[in-house]
Design a protein around this ligand. Structure first.
Ligand SMILES: [Zn+2]
Length: 304
């Protein structure tokens, strides 16, 4: 499939040139001597230590909700802003690595639920970054509230509305410095669900990093994924997402909830847990397929 090639470029303005004479800090981490150890079942607002994932890619989220910073010579990209309460923790983590909030140029997100985008309004204000999202996610982001197209509509919390969002389409790329991210529409968990891939290098060792959105079929009591009259095409697009995720370039999988991809045991190199796993996206998609099939079977058996 041919992907669209529209590319966002970061342009210097003469007004912003001076601070970039030497470029934003690349890596001057002053990591705390005793990093916080995160439990697999950690809370969404439990503070985590900022840490390097690979190359220019850093974990700056909490123990329970991911936020990832990708640093370049021309500024940085942040994916996901955690809960409203987590925004302060994310800001502290970015600074703890020696990076400046004002060097964050773009904020992206996985999906329009308060635990991943609740902190974006604050982060947008405090960084001055541009927020990019897929068109399907924009209405909920702008309202700070979900609607009935969201499987969890009746049980999900609202969040601070996000302003001035620029659309980015499926297959479109975002280029900043030497890094190019690709947006992948992966609807299912929500209609706006988006996954992101990029390449990160340490010397000449380059890895494909895939930040793949939640794939869980979770809903309130009212919603049925298999109800074609209410939600036409939704189940089909969810299944298409699982096919797509299995084929993403994927040496290192990161998920919006670190526990969904065993991030902590992988980072701590516990037994049989490796940060790099070329099958990780396939395995993640397969697990989601089993869950979705079980969910649909349940819907079919409970529908009169
Ligand atoms: Zn969610």
């Amino acid at each position: 499939m041919k992907s669209k090639s529209k590319t966002y470029l970061y342009f210097f303005s003469i007004f912003s040139f001076a601070p970039f004479m030497f470029g934003p800090a690349q890596s001057a981490p002053t990591l705390s001597a005793k990093p916080i150890k995160c439990a697999q079942d950690a809370g969404w607002n439990d503070p985590a230590s900022a840490r390097r994932l690979y190359g220019n890619t850093w974990y700056v989220g909490t123990c329970g909700v991911s936020s990832v910073l990708i640093t370049t010579q021309q500024g940085h990209i942040l994916i996901d802003g955690g809960t409203p309460e987590a925004a302060n923790l994310i800001e502290t983590n970015i600074r703890s690595l020696g990076f400046q909030l004002s060097d964050v140029r773009y904020i992206l997100s996985s999906h329009e639920h308060f635990d991943h985008v609740g902190g974006i309004a604050q982060l947008q204000r405090n960084t001055g970054a541009k927020v990019l999202a897929r068109a399907a996610a924009i209405p909920a982001l702008e309202r700070g509230a979900n609607d009935r197209s969201d499987p969890q509509y009746k049980i999900i919390e609202g969040f601070s509305p996000v302003k001035d969002i620029q659309p980015i389409a499926d297959g479109e790329t975002l280029k900043l410095g030497a890094t190019t991210l690709t947006a992948h529409a992966t609807p299912g968990h929500t209609q706006g669900s988006t996954s992101w891939t990029w390449r990160s290098c340490v010397a000449n060792q380059c890895k494909q990093i895939a930040y793949v959105d939640s794939l869980s079929a979770i809903s309130d009591d009212e919603y049925q994924y298999s109800d074609e009259s209410q939600h036409p095409g939704v189940l089909q697009s969810f299944r298409a997402t699982l096919h797509k995720v299995a084929k993403l370039p994927c040496d290192i999988l990161i998920t919006p909830h670190p526990s969904a991809s065993d991030l902590w045991p992988r980072l701590d190199q516990e037994a049989n847990k490796k940060l790099v796993n070329k099958q990780a996206c396939q395995q993640y998609a397969q697990k989601a397929r089993v869950n979705l099939d079980a969910r649909i079977a349940k819907e079919k058996s409970s529908t009169p």
